[in-house]
Each structure stands twice: as structure tokens, then as C-alpha cells.
Design a protein around this ligand. Sequence first.
Ligand code: ZN
Length: 472
Amino acid sequence: MEYEVVIGLEVHCELATKTKIFCGCLSEFGGKPNTHICPVCMGLPGALPQLNRKVVEYAIKAGLALNCSITRYGRLDRKTIFYPDCPKNYQISQQELPVCRDGFIDIEIDNGNSKKIRIERIHIEEDAAKLLHTDHETLIDFNRSGVPLIEIVTKPDLRSAKEAVLFLENLKNILTSLSISDCKMEEGSLRCDANISVMEKGSKEFGVRTEIKNVNSFKALEKAINFEIKRHISEISAGKQLYQETRRWDDTKNNTVVMRSKEFANDYRYFPEGDLVTLNIDDDWIEEIRKTIPELPPEKKKRFIEQYNLSKYDAEILTISIAVADFFEKTTEICGDAKATANWLMGDIASLLKENEGANFKPEQLAELIMLINEGTISNAIGKNIIIDVFKKGKSPKAIIEERGLIQNSDEKTILELVKKVLVCNTKSIDDYKKGKTQVVGYLVGVIMKETKGKANPQIVNKLIMKEIGKF
Ligand SMILES: [Zn+2]
């Protein structure tokens, strides 16, 4: 039997506001446990919440960037839960009147076609405290309690683990470029729940759904979904009953385990939060926020392909982070060589940039390096040789090559002498060449480059070898 997979995601994203959603405590990550707390975010009786306007602004910003319509009239609701990390016994969230509705993201699937993944809603809510389990006790840290979240809920439009990962990557890039969240999955500021079901191909009725909670990396999301798909199919094929339940992904065992049988929405007994005013969002405010939205990664990618003649792949990589995209554009503007800039940024220095080590590294320096190579002052090999120093020490490439005497030798007379010498010592290569093994030329160029410590101009070396080898 053929099966079809149906996946929907619920993504929680911590907003990078300075203070929490309902009190003035700092919302930053970490800190000594229980130092960013007050009666409101500890849920003490009688404490009254006050809504942080910035949270609504950021939610609207996300909604506009994700093609949503923005509500003019919103409300906060109490969602009844009973967990030790939420001492009020309810979480302040939004049920009926979320800030944003009906958006979408286009993802690019295999054949280069794009697929619209619909977003049902985006609502604001508070994060829970954090439980720290040791062998013999459980401790609670309220620093995270009341940190603002947006929850982005998709329609069940995703059909594979790969599509889910693509959606989440796109979403992360957009949210990061809006500067409303750092979206660090490893710190929990971006977390994802996946709803998965499997049905017979062509069926109109969805299968029994399981929810995988709090997946915290792209790899885990892909593995967890694929595990569930297999599990569902094997249970269905064996004629067994599947149950609606919440499961947890275990990264060490590579499987999912049951956490609890799934609550239904009406188990939460939502009711309006009477301690907070209703949200009245006017058009002027929405327009004001719209103006603060920068060029988003999908548009930037399109522009990079057209303006710089880059491949789709290059444009994709270079637009994932605003910092890298800006670096690329500034460097290209100075040196005029988009392709070389792209190659350097995606090759030798990509991992260094990721590790944030390049605080001293400036577009001017990379542009200078590219121009030195393009005008023949240094070889590409020398460029590769000094890039780490340029990157880490922030020195000018010109200063480094002068200091170390690395200027490329393009003097044909001295190179010719070297070529002759090397050919005499490599008669076997000459024989091979005559037998049609032309790749020995590359080997011989390598020998000369090694002998000159990379300083000989490789084009001239190549040209002279071709010329001289024929004379033997
Ligand atoms: Zn507080």
C-alpha cells in the first residue's frame, strides 16, 4: 500500500525584547538562576501583568514578513495547565484572537519549483520556567518564566521531513533578518513541535496524529519525523491501533518515546485574561512597523542572482545571514569581482565567519586580497596561505605579503630557468607526457610552485612547461 505523510509544525520563537512580556525583568538568556524575577513572572497570587508593547510590535513584524493579515482586535487568554514550571496553573497565551492569521512561506522543493506552506496563525504568549533535573532533585529557574514567545502554527501542508526542515530553515532566516529573535536552537530560543500522521495515498481523511515536542535542531527534526513516519506505517501495516499522543525525541537512542496521551484543545479550558486590556491595533501602527522590515532573504536571494550573476546555490548560501550578505555586497563593490568574493566567503572563510572569529576582518581587506590576486601580484595559493592571518589579526593583505616577501614572481626569464631545471630532473614525466598523459603538466607546475614557495605565477609556469616539454 502507498502512504501519504501529513505534517504540521508549531514553532516557538523567543523574542529578543529587552524585558519580559508582562513585567520589567530582563528577558536575556542565562544569568545566575532566579536573578531575573519578580512576583509577576513567578506567578505569585495578586501580582498583575502589564503587556510589553514591544512584544506586540515584534509579532506584527513577523506577521507582515510572513504574509499574514494582522488582527485589529486581539485578546489574551488563560490556557489552563498544571506543570511545576508554570505556578499560576495557567499560561497567558492567545486562543481565539491571535495577532496574525493566514500567512505563508514559499519553499523550494526538489525540482526547483516552489511550494506554498500556509501559516494558520501567529500568537503571543509567555515562556515557562526551566526545570533542571539532577540525580536526586529537581531545581527550578524562573529566569525564563515570562520571556516573550511567538508561536507560529502551520497548516498541515508539509509532506516529508525534508520539507519540514526546509520550512524551518526559511522561517529561521526570515525571523533572524527581522532582528526580533536570535533563533538559536541550541539555546532554545527557537523550538519546534511536529504533528505527524500517515494516511493511505489519495485518502481525504487524515490518519491518527502524534505530536513530537520541543525538537531543538534541524537534524533532530528530520530524524524524529522520519522515525515517526516509519513507526506509523509499520503499525498500520500490522493492523495495530495508533493513539493520539505526545512524544519526545530521544537524541541518544534515536527514537521517540511517549510523554503523555494528547490533550485536546478544549482540555485547556481557555478563557479571557481579565487582568489585561484587549489589543487594539490600528493601521498607522501597522504601516509604521511595515517600514522597518528589511529586504528579506528570499527577495535578497533573487536580487543576488540577477545583480551579481550568481548561481542559485551561491545566492542561497550568501543570503542566509544578513552579516554575510552585507559583507559580500561591500566587498564586491570595492573589488568588482562578485564571483571571487562569493568563492572566498563560501570557501576558506565560511567556517571562520560562522564561529564569529572575524571581528577584525573587514570587506576592505578581502577586496584588497582579491585585487592583489586579480592583478597578478600574488597567486591564489598565496592568498589562501595568508587569509587566516588577515582574518584573525585584521592586518592588511598588502602589509602581510610585503612583510613576508610573498610577491608573485612573473619574471619569465627566471621562471624559464627553473622550468628547464625541473624538466631535466623529471625525465619520467616527460616520457609519460609523450605517451599522452597530459596530467603530468599539473604535477610539474606543482613541483615548481613548491620550490618557489607558491610565489611563481602559475599561468606563466604552465605556459613555459608546455613550451619546453615539447622540445625533449
Ligand atoms: Zn518579572
